[in-house]
Design a binder for this molecule. Sequence first.
Ligand SMILES: *[C@@H]1O[C@H](CO)[C@@H](O)[C@H](O)[C@H]1NC(C)=O
Ligand SMILES: *[C@@H]1O[C@H](CO)[C@@H](O)[C@H](O)[C@H]1NC(C)=O
Ligand SMILES: *[C@@H]1O[C@H](CO)[C@@H](O)[C@H](O)[C@H]1NC(C)=O
Length: 295
Amino acid sequence: MHSSTLFGLLAAAVTVTAGPAQRQRRACGAAPGAAIKCPVVFDGRVKTSAVPTDFDSYSTSIFNPDYVKGQNLKWSEILQFPSASNARFDNATYKPFEVTISDDSIFQTQHGFRRAGLQFSGDANSGSAGSKGVKTLHFSLKWDAQRALNLSHEYLNVWHEAGDYSSNQFNFESGAILGQDSLPKDTWKLLDRQNKQIWSTPIVKDEWQNFAITLDFDNNTLQMYYSKGADPLKSVTSAVSNDNSGDGQYQIGVLKKPTGTDDVVNSGYQESNLNEGLIYGSLFLEDSDKGCISL
Ligand SMILES: *[C@@H]1O[C@H](CO)[C@@H](O)[C@H](O)[C@H]1NC(C)=O
Ligand SMILES: *[C@@H]1O[C@H](CO)[C@@H](O)[C@H](O)[C@H]1NC(C)=O
Ligand SMILES: *[C@@H]1O[C@H](CO)[C@@H](O)[C@H](O)[C@H]1NC(C)=O
């Protein structure tokens, strides 16, 4: 009874307020399937026809099948295809995918982390087209209540690691940032190369959240774009000064840091029987030469 009354009220409210603004918004491109305006440099959108084992070999994967994951796991054991709606730039040809972590998500000897990070096929640690000129990385995120992240930990979700592996040009993160207790846990955060937060937004658990980060490798800036659900992206920061030098690669997925240690790579506390994941869609890198950007 209650919910149908509420629905009636909401429907009435929508009818009353439907006006030029709403029509305008619809005309700009209803999601899913908003148009990409600029050349795509790396495409991380997963075709509806894709099956998990496609991600285990170079001939069929749009990502690097060998990295960055627990050695004893295949990507076909890490990636899931949840029954979520499509994200903003995924038309009917594409589907969302989920990156999961488990107790086996230990890369090489990094026993402190649990991690599974996708690298675009074609991206390279040195001399990559993705680390030159002006590029915009697009991704949309959806929370999975069945495999919720534990926001008492720090998570890297999307980042660009320098070629010498000594730092990341930016980190897009969630959870409790180690050493920065004043930052709320339940937000998505963009941190610069010095791990200083330059933007954040609350994590929404029932809707897609759409993000785009423009990296200007010539002028050394970062700029963030954001929207929720089907809405077009909007600029939410100016072009903030950042050291984008040092080449390297993008990584997309889940890297969970431990608690209770100063040596996060090698030691610290991680729960066992881990079953966590994050849903991704609309993943691609576009060429933002001459200010081009898909909103
Ligand atoms: C989806 O977009 C791709 C290009 O990004 C296009 O080739 C394809 O025809 C589109 N499919 C549909 C069903 O609109
Ligand atoms: C979340 O992480 C904290 C810190 O490691 C831990 O104490 C807690 O048990 C975890 N919660 C769940 C639900 O696993
Ligand atoms: C980069 O910096 C140069 C010199 O300051 C400026 O002319 C140019 O407009 C800047 N490019 C962008 C994309 O901001």
